[in-house]
Write a protein that binds this ligand. Structure first.
Ligand code: BG6
Length: 533
């Protein structure tokens, strides 16, 4: 059974209608000394200060076990911000605004006393700035998620009133399989109501991902074509050039499938595949996404490819294989690459494969979605080499080089009908000022205003794990023997190419200069299609 999300819904401050202006609040960060806080949470808060999107009555309490004072914590973060801000130009006014509101609380997260003392600190804080609302951010290892929420509950810290909301942000990974995700949902829903829980998938913080809904539903031209009558296949790629970057211990337990597919890649898939919601209300959007994810067929091992990188040359540098990374077993069977073919069981998508691939140490960093349309009817091009006519492709470039392009055929000027593949391109940078972002600004802001649209609901998380559980089980029963099977810096294992070749299709290239390089005349040559009456 999927956990229902309304089981503990109560009439409190958190579900009365709100504007988009954050109310006074205290942010409590568990894991204040950790990497996530330093690299993402604090820089995102700084950017929110710069864009004046935090309430004046705002405070941060950082909780961790490191022995340091508030002054030392602030100083460490100031140093970090100075080195990470482009050209070292820290906006001192914005940073001081934030740093002055930071307090450090040294504590052991496993002790009940910590949470009683935290209660005392929040009372003091409230007397100082009148902020009754509290957002708890669990920037800690996943094993602490459940216990911290329980301790918050025991200390009465999750209790909401008409005038005070309490919300909790939970980081990824949310479970490591279906049963652990269900257990974690049950544990935290024993303390919190669903509308207090904000499960983060940081891909949803990316502007380009949020833009998918606008692209589809705020434009009249796409939706009529957005179905099996017109779309041949969808390809979703999240390619990385980095290896496991010192995260060997975590990665050995996780692998590419768990790390990227039921969360990030499925979120992208759902944005492309979901039905139009009746509004942009959080539950309207999340219900449609969840329904789409429920329609994914169980993935059979024949439709899945796993890979692990060996040594190679990536971005001009010699790189070692995964099995030589720190904290990785010399005979590790953990996959660093996965490619899947998904079938979707609904009227809109029946028969349209969604091909997904993600991997580390590939030839380029690129996250993109390519919607490949059916070829034009052949009749007009009889007696011509039509099999070389390119299909129309709509490419959504999520990162880097954010934008969108559409490829189509055009006649090259001249007496013969020669058809060329050309593309129209939209790049964000041509239209919009670049905004300093680490991708967490919108997510934190949305929590403060109580908008859960970009967060995963309990049932959504469980549905995504359910979709991959069969494959996880099958892969763990049947460890592969051919690892490593792709060179660092390559496009991935050849078996991934075969997955599409069996269907008469091919992946779009990773890391070509242009997303449509494969059909550019200078790369692929022209298509001469002389039409005979
Ligand atoms: C994380 C994964 O969730 O997402 C990492 O744990 C991965 O392994 C990262 O590198 C990718 O995110 P982004 O935003 O860098 O594409």
């Amino acid at each position: 059974m999927v956990t229902t999300f309304s089981s503990k819904r109560t009439e409190t401050a958190s579900n009365v209608p709100r504007g988009r202006q954050p109310q006074p609040a205290t942010l409590v960060i568990f894991g204040a000394g950790g990497d996530l806080t330093k690299r993402l949470v604090v820089p995102a808060l700084y950017h929110l200060v710069q864009s004046r999107e935090l309430p004046d009555q705002f405070a941060i309490i950082g909780v961790d076990h490191d022995d340091q004072t508030t002054e030392q914590w602030r100083q460490n973060l100031t140093n970090m911000m100075r080195t990470s801000t482009p050209s070292g130009r820290l906006d001192v006014q914005a940073w001081s605004w934030l740093a002055d509101r930071m307090h450090y609380f040294r504590a052991d997260l496993t002790q009940a006393e910590t949470f009683r003392n935290l209660n005392g600190l929040l009372v003091q804080q409230r007397a100082h700035n009148n902020a009754t609302n509290v957002l708890f951010y669990l920037a800690v290892s996943e094993r602490f998620f459940g216990p911290i929420v329980e301790q918050l509950g025991h200390a009465g810290l999750t209790q909401q009133t008409e005038r005070a909301w309490r919300r909790v942000i939970i980081e990824k990974p949310f479970g490591h399989d279906l049963s652990s995700a269900k257990a974690l949902n049950a544990q935290i829903l024993g303390v919190l109501s669903e509308d207090q829980i904000y499960r983060i998938d940081h891909f949803l913080g990316k502007e380009t991902v949020q833009n998918i809904l606008v692209l589809r539903f705020a434009n009249g031209i796409f939706e009529p074509l957005w179905n099996r009558n017109h779309i041949d296949n969808v390809q979703i790629t999240a390619a990385e050039t980095i290896g496991v970057e010192g995260r060997g211990r975590f990665y050995e337990q996780t692998g590419a499938l768990r790390d990227m597919v039921p969360n990030h890649l499925f979120q992208l898939t759902a944005m492309i595949g979901m039905e139009p919601p009746i509004s942009f209300d959080a539950d309207a959007v999340r219900t449609k996404k969840t329904e789409f994810l429920q329609a994914i067929h169980p993935i059979s091992p024949e439709h899945a490819v796993r890979g692990q990188y060996g040594g190679g040359i990536a971005l001009g540098q010699k790189v070692q294989g995964y099995r030589h990374e720190p904290d990785v077993a010399p005979d590790s069977a953990t996959e660093t690459y996965v490619a899947l073919k998904l079938g979707i069981d609904n009227w809109r998508w029946a028969g349209v494969p969604f091909y997904l691939r993600t991997g580390k140490r590939l030839s380029a960093r690129m996250t993109e979605i390519a919607i490949q349309f059916r070829q034009a009817p052949y009749a007009l091009f009889r007696d011509t080499p039509v099999e070389r006519l390119p299909a129309n492709i709509l490419t959504l470039r999520i990162q880097p080089d954010e934008g969108l392009s559409v490829s189509f055929s055009a006649k090259r000027p001249g007496t013969e009908i020669e058809i060329y593949g050309v593309a129209m391109d939209f790049a964000y940078r041509d239209y919009f000022e670049p905004v300093a972002t680490v991708g967490y600004e919108t997510l934190i802001y949305d929590c403060l205003v109580g908008d859960a649209t970009l967060f995963q609901r309990a049932d959504t998380v469980e549905v995504t794990w359910r979709a991959v559980q069969g494959l996880i089980d099958s892969w763990s029963r049947d460890p592969t023997t051919d690892f490593p099977n792709y060179a660092g810096g390559s496009a991935g294992p050849v078996a991934a190419d075969r997955l599409l070749a069996c269907d008469g299709r091919a992946w779009l290239p990773i890391g070509a200069d242009h997303p449509h390089a494969a059909i550019r005349p200078d790369v692929a040559g022209s298509v001469a299609a002389k039409v005979t009456p």
